[in-house]
Design a binder for this molecule. Sequence first.
Ligand code: FES
Ligand code: FE2
Length: 423
Amino acid sequence: MTDQLVGDPAAGRRTNILDHLDHRTPGHSLPGALYTDPEVFETEIDLLWRRRWLFVGTVAEVPEPGDYLTFDVAGSSVLVIRDDDEQVRAFHNVCRHRGSRLVAPGNGSVGNLVCGYHSWTYATDGSLRYAPQLSPDIDRACLGLRPVALREVGGLIYCSLAATPDGDLDLAADQIRDYLTPHRLDRAKVAAQVDLVEEGNWKLVLENNRECYHCEGGHPELTCTFFPTWGLSEDQVPDRLRADHDRYLFAEADLMRRCDELGIPHRLVEDLVERPFGFRIQREPLDGVGESFSIDGSRLVGRLLGDLADPQLGRCTFHTQPNAWIHLLADHVVTFSVTPLSPDRTLVRTTWLVHEEAVEGVDYDVEALTAVWRATNEQDATFVRNTQLGVADPAYVPGPYNEAERHVDYFVRWYDAQIRSEV
Ligand code: FES
Ligand SMILES: [Fe+2]
């Protein structure tokens, strides 16, 4: 170790993570230390989670001036608030006096933001309005809340903790927006939100989400509508799934025709490996009736989103690295955000959105709306927990991905490249 590294623990940690990456076998799962080592985790927080664009929520969660949500990640708490001029802004949830948290974790609504410690009071645009007994010599204009970079894309809110965020989300936004806007998240409301702490490393959560190799036996509710051959090429479809796949091809052709007639984009755009804001978006058919994530595929919400009239729009699925996947259907939207808590604990927040005028108990039933993904999340949490236990076992040796896991491979390659680009 060099003298410089001895004096710089962060540099030592970076050498450590590179060491593990250098020892990974391409096309195989990652070495165990990358899922378990606290130094690796700290380096990821510094190099990825404090530097990349993170999905934090939607405009539907802050519909009125003064409405706010918090997103806690990487030791920071981000406060997203709609100001009195209807602009959605983000600030560090840290008082400019002596640093108290301004609001507790969660959602809420305020007229002004009042610190509970000494009553410093901030307007919804972050400016300091009132500070009892503060010397007139002190410039209040310099004591507004510290902003966090925010971008809104089709109603999805992304934030970056970086002082100078990369411009990649802005580049991607133009390719994405038209897929999202028909669902009108600006006219949606939250029907339900569930937080689930999975007992596994954040990368295992993402990897698990990136393949449906486990779906056939693992997700009986989801595979009622989620075609089990997702991710397989023609020559990989096993005989027992041939009928499912033929049904998929038929449904896909029908969906493409439908979307083309309505002018709704559906083609795959995928750039998962090279760019900082790795993403994939595509509209794909659902099995059964083809409308929603129910057991028979029929819609779960009577009132469709925005001005949509056709309920059979399948699922527009948007995946963004490092922390989100989102399904946009004609009748509802379900978003998932991922937040690392520790090397072996990860928060998955699931939010269901429906038309703002949909009436609970009339147009939808929360139990029924959330049933498939609540069950699927629990099943995935078990897969992730069991895998965390296995990769932490000294007997673990990384194993090979198959073609159905190519998106897992893309994710791992993205992770490798992003770490190396920041070291
Ligand atoms: S720490 Fe907020 S008012 Fe003192
Ligand atoms: Fe799964």
